[in-house]
Ligand binder design. Structure first.
Ligand code: F6P
Length: 325
């Protein structure tokens, strides 16, 4: 095969997200179609520091499109935060002849990618995190699948909640972001949503439950983002100490939200972003992230991405409240 001198490295980093494999597949096959070598980096930035490399061909990514997780493994690297870790990584990249790198991950991983750009490396980032807390893209890879997992779980919990006349507090992931919780509130018709962005009082939560009870509802579903201003289990016992009509149960969805086969939306997003990242590097571009803006995948400056905080539009919070009435 007539290979261009360019070889592209590829790693996944931070919390895994459904669709990472679909993205790996897209990158490998787009690169190979352009006669470019692909070097898979195992174990995220730790693997870059330790030189855990493997050359990848089209068959190495066969059968992974529908699989959650990441075949390259992922880590939250502490070593790469240090200047020494970054120096070691750059040395290993040069030793293996890696001319450019694609980093698939969340905001911490994109900050790592940007650190390499500042040291002269050619890097493009791809946003992948169920939290949807990355500036510069409407959606990150994995969000839609996680949302569908939450929706499925809450639909099931509603069956048992209504049969028993209970309040269910359902805890969702999202770290400091309330995106998953508030959108899940809308798509499941939850009575209330607790997010880090909009702190609430115990009285407000109790009112929402009492109100549901008084209006003849058979149950109440409250979505609690993990970063909200109450710990879910403590909130449950505080509510149970009040006489609100419904007894309280807690379900913490946890890492289930990160697993499973990616939805069509996530597979498509992963394919488009993977192909766009390789095209950008082949055109000699560096220091960008692929972002979904409107209908298009655009290149957004990594500097901009890591220096902005993405917030969840408060209108969605009000919409969730209004639609639950
Ligand atoms: O960033 C993704 C995420 O799932 C967050 O929602 C959550 O707070 C965190 O990762 C959990 O991390 P870990 O898998 O290291 O426990």
């Amino acid at each position: 095969m007539d290979l261009k001198p360019l070889s592209i490295g590829l790693l996944t980093s931070g919390g895994d997200a459904p669709g990472m494999n679909a993205c790996i597949r897209a990158i490998v096959r787009t690169a190979i179609s352009n006669n470019t070598r692909v070097i898979g980096v195992v174990n995220g930035f730790d693997g870059l520091i330790n030189g855990e490399f493997k050359f990848m061909g089209p068959r190495d990514v066969g059968g992974i499109l529908a699989r959650g997780g990441t075949i390259l493994q992922t880590r939250r690297s502490l070593a790469f935060k240090e200047a020494r870790g970054q120096r070691d990584a750059i040395r290993k990249m040069n030793e293996v002849g890696m001319d450019a790198l694609v980093v698939i991950g969340g905001d911490g991983s994109l900050t790592g990618a940007n650190a390499l750009v500042k040291q002269g490396m050619k890097v493009v980032g791809i946003p992948a995190s169920i939290d949807n807390d990355i500036w510069g893209t409407n959606m990150a890879i994995g969000v839609d699948t996680a949302m569908n997992t939450i929706m499925d779980a809450v639909d099931k919990l509603r069956d048992t909640a209504s049969s028993h006349g209970r309040t269910f507090l359902v805890e969702t992931m999202g770290r400091g972001s309330g995106y998953l919780a508030v959108m899940a509130g809308i798509v499941t018709g939850a009575e209330m949503v607790l997010t880090p962005e909009v702190p609430v009082t115990l009285e407000e939560v109790a009112d929402a439950i009492e109100d549901a009870y008084r209006r003849g509802k058979t149950h109440a579903i409250i979505i609690v983002a993990e970063g909200a201003n109450f710990r879910t289990t403590e909130l449950a016992s505080l509510l149970d100490d009040m006489d609100l009509g419904f007894k309280t149960r807690v379900t913490i969805l946890g890492h289930i939200q990160r697993g499973g086969s990616p939805t069509a939306f996530d597979r498509l997003l992963a394919a488009r972003m993977g192909a766009k990242a390789v095209d950008a590097l082949l055109e000699g571009k560096t220091g960008f992230m692929t972002g979904l803006q409107g209908r298009d995948i655009e290149l957004v400056s990594l500097d901009e991405v890591v220096s902005h905080e993405r917030t969840t539009n408060p209108d969605y919070y009000s919409m969730a409240r209004m639609l639950a009435r």
